[in-house]
Design a protein around this ligand. Sequence first.
Ligand code: BG6
Length: 503
Amino acid sequence: MSEGPSKQKKPDPCSFVIFGATGDLTHRLVIPALYNLAASNLLPDNFCVAAVARKGVSGADMRNSLMDGLRKFATRPVDEEVAMRLLACVTAIEADVKDPASFDAMRDQLDKVEDIRGTRGNRLFYLATPPNAFLPIARELGRTGMLRENGTWRRLVVEKPFGTDLASARTLNAELLKLVTEHQIYRIDHYLGKETVQNILVLRFANGMFEPIWNRNHIDHVQITVDEKLGVGHRGSFYDSTGALRDMVPNHLFQLLSLVAMEPPVKFDAHSVRSAKGEVLSAIQTPTEAEALQNSVRGQYVAGRIGDADIGDYRAIAEVQPNSTTETYAALKLTIDNWRWAGVPFYLRTGKALCTKRTEIAIKFKQAPFAMFRDTQVDRLSQNFMIISTEPTEGIELQFNTKVPGPTINIDGVEMKFRYKDYFKAEPSTGYETLIYDCMIGDNILFQRADSVEAGWQAVQPFIDAWKKAGAAGLETYKAGTEGPARADELLARDGRSWRKLG
Ligand code: BG6
């Protein structure tokens, strides 16, 4: 689809250098994704995985641990031969940011391995590490010359969270851009690896029938929901200093929002698509402190039941402050200040420990302008929604009114459903395959550019500031296993609207 590099071809020979190789992300997502690429014959012919770890982890230990991870997290049955071929590419390399000399040694070791493997000096450095390690690692890579592109390519893949607020995201961008140029940075948001998310562009711009009505004349409002059943589990320390807003909104929910709300890009290439996404995020209206408080709801879960499981209070989780005011649920009303969307509210909600896992964008169209059926048994027509969902099923649904069979005019709402799995037989995947493959072929259309990341933080910063100032005041509670705090309903009820039911 892209006008960028061809998606059919195998990537150039390269080394895949993973920092944080012993960590959860590498085992759970990166290696299973590399395995899926290997099984689809989409890894380079000359390839090497340099798994970076602290001292004392041997190559054999590393391969065993990655194989265990693969058996546990693979999305499809593991073919031993493919797995062995992939593991045979793995070399363990020692490096520790606290010991700069280890990066000099790493460079020499990489050069040697690459000579043997014939990877021609192309390197992808994947930072699967805690965020406080991003800059120290990048600086060492820069100091040792490993980020220099000399007829080769050198790419840096950075996982979320990209900063913790606007100021830190700006600093991180500015510091990274002292070491590499923008085209070398691949900022991952795993939502962009999801098929349905990518399909939003195709739905809007490869069909003639939706775009003419995709504006304030026909759309009443948009609801974006990313709700999870999962609680915070063992991530207490990270989550308590992060909260639902920072964890989900400027990244995942804004990916959904920007794809739905962006103007048509002039071309399907990384520059045009990323510019259009950045522009719409920059058009999100900045609320005053009072408006931020009025147009948002934050909640924290207390003990409840999800399915058969009893869930304790959020505040009882290990490493969560006993008097924490961190939100595990956030709902916002945003407006986009541009010609297309003026006056169309975008309602966003996301939370943990809710009654269901659901990810969807619901576009509510305006009612028919003329109540032609008012003298019939029907006084309220059902609502016209288009729902683009990734959870619990991937698909698109249209809700519209139809006549109930019979002698009188009786109208009822019905649904027209498209489900991916009914039409396409896709191999189960981690969602990281596309992203990793795109890094290797140098297509950054699905990665966030510095300006979009900053525009995202800019849009949520007034809420972060207002909530911080308000402290415990205004923090709602909700029982685990419910739909979230009742005040979230009021946010829409005030405008004469309501959330789509979750259950
Ligand atoms: C991560 C968040 O980025 O996304 C998690 O840190 C969250 O808290 C996860 O659970 C949700 O991803 P998905 O793909 O399950 O919707």
